[in-house]
Design a protein around this ligand. Structure first.
Ligand SMILES: [Zn+2]
Length: 116
């Protein structure tokens, strides 16, 4: 499961954040996950809840995932739009496939609440 390695990567990142801020505990972690990132939010939550048990500084950590929609801009008519079609998106106005990805590939920690 891909989400387990993502969760382990998060633990490393959160440890760095905790050390840098002399935090004893990480409380809430807000993540931004794009629809194109290939990460399933529920699986990531599940993986993180399993992984955090081995790390006392994460015992109270809750993750909140904000899913970022897939958005493109059409290079023909300049229209920006959200879509659920991640394989063959086309412009709703001119049907062009000549698109630039605006968002949807995000996979990062947006915000962390700590206890010092
Ligand atoms: Zn267009």
């Amino acid at each position: 499961m891909h989400e387990v390695s993502v969760a382990l990567g998060m633990v490393d990142e959160l440890r760095k954040i905790a050390e840098k801020n002399s935090a004893s505990k990480i409380l809430n972690v807000k993540l931004k996950i794009g629809r194109m990132s290939g990460i399933v939010s529920d699986s990531l939550k599940f993986a993180f809840d399993a992984v955090k048990l081995e790390h006392p500084f994460l015992s109270s950590a809750e993750i909140v995932i904000e899913e970022v929609p897939l958005a493109y801009r059409c290079n023909e008519c300049n229209r920006s739009f959200d879509t659920d079609n991640m394989y063959f998106p086309s412009c709703p106005d001119c049907d062009s496939y000549n698109l630039t990805l605006l968002s949807g590939e995000e996979q990062h920690i947006e915000n962390v609440e700590i206890e010092v």
